[in-house]
Design a binder for this molecule. Structure first.
Ligand code: DON
Length: 591
């Protein structure tokens, strides 16, 4: 039985009276934080639009999506165009050499009925030669060098198949795939001025990129320094690859000369991906994870992402409490307790649903949440080891990786929430020679060994062990919240293990606390992932809030979280978008 018996302290009966004993400690709605580069960032700006909107991490890609909407495209058309454009304009995380997840809401007919939701899983798969021992050293210990820094870490890319599947099944038909890829081709061929987050991140990730001449050739100058703000980034090989996809469809990427170049580059770098692995790749349409929260419907990503299950599990636990007061210490404490429990379940139960059985119904049920709630002592922190005994976690690597999220709503009432990634910033750093395709290091998201943390400190067990053709467990949580069957909130974020707790806080800040979307996107956030047994609090929380958590037994570390929750709220008077101010360059644009 996974649930331990509640301790005597945990048997404490939760009452509202206990809550009122806690001093009222409110949080400034849009406290200032700092970006990853030390830049001081202000609150997000709310952008309004009457018809359609795109919020993405890079402005040119966001505008391309908005143009598609304005020219009669639907949200899926726009998302596909943004996805391909970001592969050119935001090479740190936008990609065709990685993978991700798309959640789609399709408007129904008239009234509150109808409408449907689906998801596209375009997560990378492990090549056929990957097995349980692939990421171990000679002593049988997890070897992060293999799973993070070597070509063995490269999963078979899913983005091209995923975007093409989304377009084929759910595009409006007003645009061909080629038309949606065309802006990306032009930007890759003509070059773009390096700006914003790319200028910030290139110097940081230089050591990993310059290991490969094919990557250095694109992102470094002749003197070995990285392209700087204002320099032009030309990607002619990427333009050719995109052109081939535009002409021949996704199979042009997975078979033939491009696939041969991808496999050859990976193998030359010491990896094991073959042309057969590429040929076998397919994106999968899956039923979303569904939950309800105080009258709203949650639609999110199922395994191989853990995001939807963990989000719904945390919301179900929290639904038993009153969170309506402006974020006070007691509410934040309860939220942290919910996080610990959901992340313990994540570690134990979740993996590729095509390989392991995931108890989705149980984990997302209200009854199961009530069982967890009964183990929460409202006055004392539960130690992680008491939630799942006998497990120790190693250190979490510092930040410096990236993923990217964009949200789209169209005038027809459709919505798309898309998060995709190369895992680390610029993936493993290898551009496959002759293709312009920057490759991921996603296979570090497997549990290289039971109890060995991945780069985000996440533990995993048999369910997420590496295996041939298997998809590594993800935390990406593209989410659409519906009210009366219609999109209300579209959100998601990068941030590795922190992704799920960011989405949780945006949802609760908006639904429970009535925050506007710009405030919710800007507000400092908390994170706990069960192991390591610590709470990360972003700068900006009142000292007393941190003090209350510490008094109750939580270890609190104040640290910036590398997240970027580009979100849209649908209000009675129109769309309101907020680009996360934590990272430079994000834009909300609508019409
Ligand atoms: O799929 C996952 O959960 C991770 N590979 C995501 C990585 C990420 O968000 C990095 N961004 N900071």
């Amino acid at each position: 039985m996974f649930l331990r018996k509640p301790s005597a302290a945990a048997g404490f009966v939760f009452t509202l009276a206990a809550l009122t004993l806690v001093s009222a400690l409110t949080l400034p709605l849009a406290a200032l934080g700092e970006s990853q580069t030390g830049r001081v960032v202000g609150p997000a700006q709310a952008v309004t639009a009457a018809h359609g909107m795109v919020v993405a991490q890079e402005a040119q890609a966001a505008r391309i999506g908005a143009d598609i909407l304005q020219n009669g495209g639907n949200a899926v058309d726009a998302a596909v165009a943004v996805g391909f454009a970001l592969a050119v304009t935001y090479p740190r995380a936008g990609n065709i050499g990685g993978g991700g997840f798309m959640v789609i809401h399709r408007a129904g007919g008239t009234g509150n009925t109808g409408g449907s939701d689906t998801t596209i899983d375009y997560r990378e798969t492990a090549p056929g030669a990957i097995n349980k021992k692939s990421f171990l050293d000679a002593q049988g210990n997890a070897d992060p060098q293999k799973s993070r820094e070597s070509a063995l870490a490269i999963g078979v890319p899913g983005t091209v198949a995923g975007l093409a599947l989304a377009e084929r099944k759910y595009g409006s038909g007003h645009f061909t795939l080629a038309e949606l890829i065309a802006p990306a081709i032009a930007l890759a061929r003509n070059g773009i001025a390096v700006a914003d987050d790319t200028a910030d991140s290139l110097p940081v990730d230089l050591p990993r990129l310059k290991r490969w001449p094919s990557s250095a050739h694109i992102f470094l100058k002749a003197d070995g320094s990285p392209l700087a703000e204002g320099d032009r980034l030309f990607q002619p090989d990427l333009a050719d690859t995109l052109e081939a996809i535009a002409r021949g469809g996704p199979r042009a990427f997975y078979e033939g000369p491009i696939a041969q170049k991808l496999a050859a580059a990976v193998q030359a770098a010491g990896g094991v991906m073959t042309v057969d692995d590429l040929k076998a790749y397919h994106a999968i349409e899956r039923a979303p994870i569904r939950g309800s929260y105080r009258g709203y419907d949650i639609v999110s990503m199922p395994p191989p992402s853990s995001g939807g299950i963990a989000l719904v599990e945390m919301l179900n636990i929290l639904e038993g409490y009153d969170l309506t007061r402006a974020r006070q210490a007691q509410e934040l404490f309860l939220m942290v307790e919910a996080m610990k429990r959901a992340y313990a379940d994540r570690a134990w139960f979740l993996g590729d649903p095509d390989v392991v059985q995931v108890p989705v119904a149980r984990l997302t049920s209200k009854r199961y949440a009530a069982e967890w709630r009964a183990t929460i002592d409202p006055a004392h922190a539960t130690a992680a080891a008491d939630i799942h005994p006998g497990i120790t976690a190693g250190a979490v690597q510092p930040e410096g990786r990236n993923t990217t999220h964009f949200s789209v709503v169209d005038r027809f009432g459709n919505a798309v929430s898309n998060t995709y990634t190369l895992n680390f910033s610029y993936g493993v750093g290898l551009v496959a020679a002759g293709t312009g395709v920057l490759l991921n290091n996603e296979l570090d998201d497997f549990a290289a060994k039971a109890n060995a943390p991945n780069a985000y400190g996440l533990l995993g067990y048999a369910a997420n062990a590496p295996g041939p053709g298997k998809r590594p467990l993800s935390s990406m949580t593209p989410t659409i919240v519906l009210k009366d069957g219609k999109p209300f909130l579209v959100t998601g974020t990068p941030g590795g293990s922190r992704i799920i707790t960011v989405v949780l806080q945006i949802v609760t800040d908006v639904i429970d606390r009535g925050m506007d979307i710009a405030s919710a996107v800007s507000a400092p956030r908390l994170h706990n992932q069960w192991m390591p047994d610590q709470v990360i609090a972003e700068p900006g929380f009142a000292d007393d809030v941190i003090a209350v958590l510490r008094t109750r037994g939580d270890t609190v570390v104040v640290e910036k979280l590398p997240t970027s929750a580009n979100s849209i709220l649908v209000t009675p008077t129109g769309l309101v978008g907020a680009a996360d101010p934590r990272t430079r360059g994000a834009l909300a644009v609508g019409y």
